[in-house]
Design a protein around this ligand. Structure first.
Ligand code: ATP
Length: 137
């Protein structure tokens, strides 16, 4: 799979990290195929994170991800899902490698700056969640 979906999460967006994060993503060789600034309703955030339903952090995550604007970006690169997950660093910013987006711009396990699709199948589902065919290039 050559596509992955990322979100610049509300805290990172509100801190004006969007430009710096997109610069890092482009410099790492990912190409932007679609992008939008939007705010999810709690219901939409719940749908997006449906796989985590029932986990202790689900309600808080849904609340956070619908708390303000986020930037959704569809990215292309060879082996995009795995490459992007390695590139952004560990889920917990405290455990992420120096110089990664999550280390630089994440502030907590929940507010870890960016999302990255975890499989080719989910990348497709997530791309269709945010973008119509006319919004993809
Ligand atoms: P993402 O799916 O956002 O790329 P991930 O695959 O590294 O992250 P997941 O386990 O899929 O992590 O969790 C999804 C998101 O839920 C994480 O990015 C994080 O914001 C939040 N999260 C995960 N585990 C916890 C936890 N134990 N406490 C609070 N928030 C959590």
């Amino acid at each position: 799979g050559n596509l992955t979906l990322t979100m610049i999460k509300p805290t990172a967006f509100n801190k004006n990290y969007t430009g710096a994060i997109l610069k890092m993503i482009n410099e790492a060789g990912f190409t932007i195929k679609a992008m939008k600034l939007t705010q999810l309703t709690p219901q939409q955030a719940g749908t997006f994170y449906a796989v985590h339903k029932g986990k202790p952090f689900y309600d808080s995550l849904v609340s956070f991800m619908s708390s303000g604007p986020l930037v959704a970006v569809l990215l292309e690169k060879e082996n995009a899902v795995e490459e992007f997950r390695n590139f952004i660093g560990a889920t917990n910013p405290e455990k992420a490698e120096e110089g990664t987006i999550r280390k630089l711009y994440g502030t907590s396990l929940q507010q870890n700056a960016v999302h990255g699709s975890d499989s080719d199948e989910n990348a497709k589902v997530e791309a269709e969640f945010f973008f119509s065919k006319l919004e993809r290039f």
